[in-house]
Design a protein. Structure first.
Length: 67
């Protein structure tokens, strides 16, 4: 049983040390924050932002179902 927990801890440490996709996630989060701020400041843009995020969501859904 202790081996199981030690294995999980080791895997979590390796996962935390990996930085392969970190930049992409940070840029995506920053783009999301900018879009939310723009929607709050300019209400006319909010519907366009909503449409873009819906399109991105549908593309991601179709891509994940193909994998």
């Amino acid at each position: 049983m202790n081996y199981f927990f030690a294995s999980i801890v080791n895997q979590l440490r390796r996962l935390a040390a990996e930085t392969g996709g970190q930049d992409l996630i940070e840029y995506a989060l920053m783009a999301g924050f900018v879009a939310v701020a723009a929607g709050a400041i300019m209400p006319n843009v909010a519907s366009s932002i909503s449409t873009i995020f819906s399109q991105v969501s549908s593309v991601l859904s179709s891509a994940s179902s193909q994998s």
